[in-house]
Design a protein around this ligand. Structure first.
Ligand SMILES: [Zn+2]
Length: 289
């Protein structure tokens, strides 16, 4: 069993190379009164805390500093399993970030994102790759992943580099974006989109959105959106321009139906970032009756 970073953070962290044992609160193997949860400060990686419970056999890890350089893996978009070597300089995104440049700003504005939306979201320019830095937030607004989107036509790499912190256990709250309106047009509806800009466009139109950052959705995340985030109506709005994506949108829709959600699949030509806010509202009102 995997112990979540959130549950481990409730114990005082040990120093580097030191092990401390605690009673495992809410240990699934039964009440632990013999301090069988061992937390060790990694002797190799500063700030990395490793945990193991000798009662339930659960293990986990977390890092003390949420602004650390993330251990990175990057992969090409869906359908291509080959990995893309991340240049060393992109391993320090926080120190390498510059304010959003004019090219990035123009690209975001060309898709209809408002200045307040752009400012609030925290887009930046990644110096190392000369790409747009797009953070993905988890709970408590912590950056758990980020994307580097190419804007330079001379860039031969894939459109997006997806970079993730492998110590972070993914949840449905990673990439969940909340409506800009208070209250939102519907508190029980979430719109599944492929990319962050589309997701933000949906929030400007008054709906919550979940951003896939690709076109795949795991069963766990889908279940989380229904059970933990409490959405009972799911609108799947993905790019409609290829058979592969249409098939994935279909499969995602069918899975949400199995989970008992009310599901609407949008079959319009383009994804939300290419619609005006009023256009998005029109499409939504059309499918949610
Ligand atoms: Zn335990």
């Amino acid at each position: 069993m995997k112990l979540s970073p959130q549950s481990l953070r409730t114990y005082s962290p040990p120093e580097m190379g030191v092990t401390i044992n605690y009673n495992h609160e809410k240990c699934p193997a039964g009440v632990d009164k013999r301090r069988r949860l061992y937390l060790t400060g990694s002797p190799h990686t500063p700030g990395l805390i490793l945990a193991y419970c000798h009662n339930c056999g659960g293990s986990g890890a977390y890092h003390l500093d949420t602004r650390r350089p993330m251990p990175l893996t990057a992969y090409l978009p869906d359908g291509d399993s080959s990995t893309f070597e991340v240049p060393a300089y992109t391993k320090l995104p926080f120190s390498q970030r510059l304010p959003l440049g004019s090219v990035g700003l123009a690209w975001l504005m060309s898709h209809g994102l408002s200045i307040p939306t752009i400012d609030r979201y925290g887009f930046a320019h990644d110096v190392g790759t000369n790409r747009l830095y797009i953070p993905i937030y988890g709970q408590e607004d912590r950056v758990v992943k980020y994307q580097l989107r190419k804007l330079d036509l001379a860039d031969q790499g894939p459109k997006y580099l997806n970079v993730q912190d492998y110590l972070h256990t993914p949840t449905c709250f990673d990439g969940l974006l909340y409506s800009n309106l208070s209250p939102p047009r519907s508190i029980s509806t979430v719109v599944i989109c492929e990319d962050v800009v589309s997701g933000l466009k949906v929030t400007q139109a008054g709906y919550d959105s979940y951003v896939l950052r690709g076109s795949n959705l795991s069963a766990e995340i889908a279940l989380g959106l229904v059970r933990d985030a409490q959405y009972n109506t799911v609108v799947v709005w993905m790019d409609n321009d290829s058979d592969v994506i249409r098939k994935k949108a279909h499969d995602i829709s069918e899975f949400f139906k199995l989970l008992g959600a009310k599901v609407r699949k949008i079959d319009v030509e383009a994804d939300p970032k290419n619609y005006t806010e009023n256009g998005i509202i029109g499409v939504m009102l059309d499918v949610i009756k």
